[in-house]
Design a binder for this molecule. Structure first.
Ligand SMILES: *Cc1c(COP(=O)(O)O)cnc(C)c1O
Length: 376
């Protein structure tokens, strides 16, 4: 019998030491400097570049604006290849700039963008590829980089899930032309709202800095079209505070992940995604795949059952961007070339983790899932 009377959510924020945050907030008020290249933002950019091992980190107001500026600063236009199995912001960041997102299928083994499908979909209007490190597990970066180079395409990564993760021993953040992070409240590292573009390219970083600040080069000199993409000091203060405890948050996630692994072992039809333990992972996404032929129930049945017990699981990502508007109307048959996306988007379910839940609660949650099985 499941006993917890707590409600568990996906993406409940991790919150660092409050006193440290309040202290930083006080110093912001003391300085009377709330935004525009403030001390906290500059310090956060420095700390993040160091943590990620990348030359430039340009902090922004959120991940979506960071994506839009990354796409624009790289000069993408026409058609850009992007997986449909992602959060809708990845597709919108392209379409918002009149670029056509051409949806690419995922590889069942990794659930990330399939390089073979990318290769097949390149045409004379293609200018770039946006890869997504889904659930924080890196794309096949080497193969995608080769394809981009051979076809003279820009390559950027939506790394919103992958803060702290590594690829072949090096932190995500340095790959492609640039990478884009989100520091939204639900991510492993948050600044309430926030984001960043990271790159080793000096010219690109300079352009991004101009673009996020209306194109201002000097006091009254504007040298580029720009918008307001700046991160405010209060957000950076939250970031500096949370960064100090990031490794603790990741360790909690790692312990939780292994509790789920133990609890869901040998449950027919349920498999937990694998993280490569030889790499750094943030373990922020506890994703199970429900194979109805073996489990006897669908992903949606399980989601509903868990919700009735106060466990708010989420379908990451359903039904795929190609089934959402405006993309569905623009290309109603896209699903035909996206069989893996269509299949997996009906099977994947995200379960609660982070500082809100402990190993005992996870054990009990897994027992609940097992009891659902035996009820069928
Ligand atoms: C969260 C997220 C975004 C958007 O970031 P915001 O900071 O919320 O604007 C983009 N892509 C993916 C894959 C995300 O998970």
């Amino acid at each position: 019998m499941y006993k917890s009377d707590k409600t568990f959510f996906i993406g409940r924020p991790n919150i660092g030491n409050r006193d440290d945050f309040y202290r930083r907030l006080d110093s912001i008020f003391e300085r009377r400097w709330l935004t525009n290249e403030g001390e906290c933002v500059l310090e956060l950019e420095k700390e993040l570049s160091r943590y990620l091992g990348v030359k430039h980190c340009v902090a922004m107001c959120n991940g979506t604006v960071a994506l839009e500026l990354a796409i624009r600063a790289n000069g993408m236009s026409g058609n850009v290849l992007v997986p449909s199995m992602t959060f809708i912001a990845t597709a919108h960041a392209l379409k918002w700039q009149e670029i056509t997102p051409v949806f690419v299928d995922i590889k069942p083994s990794s659930l990330n963008i399939c390089p073979d499908s990318v290769q097949r979909l390149i045409d004379e209007n293609t200018t770039g590829i946006v890869g997504v490190h889904l659930y924080g597990r890196p794309c096949d970066i080497d193969t995608l980089s080769d394809i981009a180079e051979r076809n003279n395409l820009k390559l950027i990564f939506d790394a919103a899930h992958a803060f702290g993760a590594s690829y072949k021993g090096e932190k995500i953040g340095r790959y492609g032309n640039c990478e884009v992070f989100s520091f939204h409240a639900t991510k492993v590292f948050n600044t309430f709202e926030g984001g960043a573009v990271t790159t080793n390219d000096d010219e690109l970083a300079k352009k991004l800095r101009l673009m996020k600040n209306f194109g201002f080069e000097g006091e009254d000199t504007v040298s580029h079209i720009g918008i307001n993409g700046k991160m405010a000091e209060v957000n950076a203060a939250m970031g500096l505070t949370n960064l100090e405890q990031l490794e603790d948050f990741i360790e909690i996630n790692r312990v939780n992940y292994h509790a789920y692994r133990g609890g869901l072992r040998n449950v027919p039809g349920i498999s937990l995604i694998h993280y490569d333990e030889d790499e750094a992972n943030n373990y922020q996404y506890i994703i199970i795949c429900i194979d109805q032929a073996q489990s006897g129930y669908s992903r949606d049945d399980l989601k509903e059952y868990l919700a009735a017990h106060g466990i708010i699981a989420r379908r990451y990502f359903y039904p795929g961007c190609h089934k959402m508007e405006p993309y569905n109307s623009l290309d109603p048959h896209a699903g035909i070339r996206l069989p893996a996306t269509e299949a997996y988007s009906k099977m994947m379910l995200a379960l609660p983790t982070g500082t809100q839940i402990c190993s005992q609660e996870i054990e009990s949650l897994c027992d609940l899932i097992k009891s659902f099985k035996s009820r069928q």
